[in-house]
Design a binder for this molecule. Structure first.
Ligand code: PGA
Length: 262
C-alpha cells in the first residue's frame, strides 16, 4: 500500500483522475469500480473535463457500483444507480448498458448480492476500484464489525452512516440495509484507490492506514491489498505518521510514494 498526500481536495481530484485516466488509456474497456458520495465528485468533474476536451475517452469502459440501498429501484433518484449516472457515467459518455449496480429492489436481496459478485467475475473482475472511507472506518457499506472475508452481501447500516446520509431522505426514511461489495470483493480488484479528504476523515484514515487490519475498521483492508493507493489531502492525512506518507507537492503529480507499515 502506498499513501500519497496532496495539498487539498482539488489536488486529490487531479491525482485520482490521473490514476483513472492512465487505467483507461491502457485498457479502453477497463472495468472500473465507482463509488457515490461527496468525496469522488471532484474526481468525476475532472474526468468529465478531460472527456470534454478530448483528452480521455470513457465510452468503452464498464462500471460496477460499490453499493446500493435495499428497497430503492434504479429509477429512484436517491438510488446509487441513478446517482452514479447523474454524477459520473452520463457526463462521461458511458452507455447505460455498461453501468452495473446491485439490484436494490430485488425481492431476495441476499440472492441479488450473490448475483452481483458473479456479474463482477463474469466481467473479468474490477481493474481499478475507487472507494471513499466513512468517519467510522467503513468502506462501501462495510460497517465496523464486518467480517473481512465477506464478498458482496447485504449489510445493516450503522446509526452513524444513516445519520450521515439522512440529508438525502425525508425524516426517518433512510434505508436500513444495503447491498455492498464486501472487503473480499475490494481485495479482488486489481487496483484499489482509497480517497479521503477533510478533517472529519482523519481519525478513520489513521486507523485504516496505520491501525491493525481487522473488522473494527473495515477500510483497513486497504493494507492487505497488493496494489493499493491511498490518496488524501492534508486535512485527512493530519493524523498519519509522516514517515508513512509521500508528498504530492504539485497538483496531479506526486514527488514520491510512501510505503506504510513495511
Ligand atoms: P463521502 O462518503 O464521500 O460522502 O464522505 C464516503 C463514505 O461514507 O464511504
Amino acid at each position: 500500500m502506498h499513501v500519497e498526500v496532496c495539498e487539498d481536495p482539488r489536488a486529490v481530484a487531479l491525482r485520482v483522475a490521473d490514476l483513472v485516466a492512465d487505467e483507461v488509456a491502457g485498457r479502453p474497456d477497463a472495468v472500473l469500480g465507482l463509488p457515490t458520495g461527496a468525496t469522488p465528485l471532484p474526481v468525476y468533474d475532472e474526468l468529465v473535463r478531460r472527456v470534454a476536451r478530448g483528452a480521455l475517452d470513457c465510452s468503452g469502459v464498464r462500471v460496477f457500483l460499490l453499493d446500493e440501498y435495499v428497497g430503492l429501484d434504479a429509477d429512484d433518484p436517491r438510488s446509487y444507480r441513478a446517482t452514479i449516472r447523474r454524477d459520473a457515467t452520463d457526463p462521461l459518455g458511458i452507455p447505460h448498458e455498461r453501468v452495473h449496480g446491485p439490484c436494490g429492489e430485488a425481492d431476495d436481496p441476499e440472492r441479488a448480492a450473490a448475483d452481483y459478485e458473479v456479474a463482477i467475475a463474469v466481467a473479468g473482475g474490477i481493474d481499478l476500484q475507487l472507494a471513499g472511507i466513512g468517519r467510522n472506518g467503513h468502506v462501501a457499506f462495510n460497517e465496523p464489525g464486518t467480517d473481512l472475508a465477506l464478498g458482496t452481501h447485504v449489510a445493516v447500516l450503522s446509526p452513524q452512516t444513516r445519520a450521515d446520509n439522512a440529508r438525502f431522505f425525508p425524516a426517518g426514511s433512510v434505508p436500513l440495509r444495503a447491498i455492498t461489495q464486501g472487503p473480499a470483493t475490494l481485495l479482488a480488484a486489481r487496483r484499489l484507490v482509497l480517497v479521503a479528504t477533510g478533517t472529519a476523515k482523519s481519525a478513520a484514515l489513521a486507523d485504516a492506514v496505520g491501525g491493525p487490519v481487522g473488522a473494527r475498521c473495515p477500510a483497513s483492508v486497504v493494507q492487505s491489498h497488493p496494489d493499493a493507493v491511498v490518496v488524501a489531502d492534508r486535512a485527512a492525512a493530519q493524523l498519519l505518521d509522516p514517515r508513512w506518507c509521500g508528498e504530492a507537492p504539485t497538483p496531479g503529480g506526486p514527488k514520491r510514494l510512501g510505503r506504510v507499515r513495511p
